[in-house]
Design a protein around this ligand. Sequence first.
Ligand code: AMP
Ligand code: ZN
Length: 135
Amino acid sequence: MSKDCIFCKIAAGEIPSHKIYEDDYVLAFLDIHPCSTGHAVVIPKKHFESIEEIDSENLAFLNDGARRTAKKVYSVLKPDGMNIGLNDKPAAGQAVPHIHLHIIPRWKGDGGGSMHSIVRAEATEPAEEIIKKFV
Ligand code: AMP
Ligand code: ZN
């Protein structure tokens, strides 16, 4: 548990939340400022800040928690689709520094976009140059 972390406090039950799913490793609860009806966040109970920090076992638990939460939301609220995603680090919009997956239910005609609408910055280098850095 990280002192002063709001999601650690929610995981510990020190701050109330509207829980959708819980197991030994993860907790899913309704977002306090929902982007759509049923918007939920799924968190590991253990504190990790980002995808760089979390270990593969806890990430696997988080992913499976997201899968179970999504199934519950599909069965209860019957959305037409969902966006499921991670804002990793402040540059990507992460406000709470405890890794979490957003589950954002979507309905046909709701006016929202896809992942592609998050950012539209020109690539600074062609793919042929970028890939050289990975080899
Ligand atoms: P992010 O920008 O990815 O860090 O998202 C953090 C999310 O946590 C936001 O969508 C907030 O609305 C949500 N949030 C912050 N505090 C609470 C809280 N006490 N209960 C539920 N959701 C919260
Ligand atoms: Zn935390």
